[in-house]
Ligand binder design. Structure first.
Ligand SMILES: O=C(O)CCC(=O)C(=O)O
Ligand SMILES: [Fe+2]
Length: 218
């Protein structure tokens, strides 16, 4: 949604940077098309099952490494067993550009896994840490489509202190350094706020990560 006042860059915690409207509309449209392709296979987009048997309300497809609560594998053992799609170099470059936009300077960020999350009306994600990676490299988060209320907390507990912020279409959020393992979650999306020009109903979020894992030979 277009705000009356420009939304400003903010740093809700040390190492956590929100850059509103970082992606152009054209980049967002291209990412929607790419996500449609990834959602179609070779591994289907699916709601992951939690260890307690409940299903996430968010649907996910992965690139580079397949994630399921709480591990990474090269094959989608809980989603048909197929080989996870390749992580494209252009997406790694977008990740490096994002890290530069957040922290300045140059970087050698080399993300090798992406989680493509789709939120339909009513989907949400509870407070959690992204901690299945064996690398301290930042997480890059790109949001497209419906706005959401994103909660960014602290590294100690899933409770306060936290900051609630709106992630809107095109927004970049990077969390690294002292905030890399901070709890965070999506309280709710705001259905119907997606720009019709995107051709997307709902919300997409793409997180890029360095797993720090090495693939074993088949
Ligand atoms: O959808 C978001 O903004 C956050 C997604 C997330 O935290 C995750 O995939 O681990
Ligand atoms: Fe996360």
């Amino acid at each position: 949604m277009d705000s009356l006042l420009p939304r400003e860059r903010s740093e809700p915690a040390p190492g956590a940077v929100h850059l509103p409207g970082w992606l152009s509309l054209e980049q967002q449209r291209e990412l929607v098309v790419a996500c449609r392709g990834w959602a179609a296979g070779p591994v289907p987009m699916r709601a992951a099952s939690m260890p307690n048997g409940s299903m996430m309300s968010v649907k996910t497809v992965c690139l580079g490494w397949h994630w399921q609560p709480y591990r990474y594998t090269k094959t989608a053992d809980d989603a048909g067993g197929g080989q996870v799609a390749e992580f494209p170099e252009w997406l790694a470059q977008l990740g490096r550009d994002a890290v530069t936009a957040a922290y300045g300077g140059t970087n050698s960020y080399a993300p090798d896994a992406a989680l493509v999350n789709f939120y339909d009306d009513g989907a949400a994600m509870g407070m959690h840490q992204d901690k299945d990676e064996r690398s301290p490299a930042p997480v890059v988060s790109l949001s497209i489509g419906d706005s959401c209320v994103f909660r960014f907390g602290n590294t100690e507990t899933r409770n306060k202190p936290w900051t609630d912020l709106a992630l809107e279409s095109g927004d970049l959020f990077v969390f690294g350094g002292p905030s890399r393992f901070a709890y965070h979650g999506v309280l709710k999306t705001q259905p119907g706020t997606s720009d019709p020009a995107l051709g997307l109903k709902g919300r997409l979020n793409i997180t890029l990560r360095e797993t720090g894992l090495t693939a074993t030979r088949d």
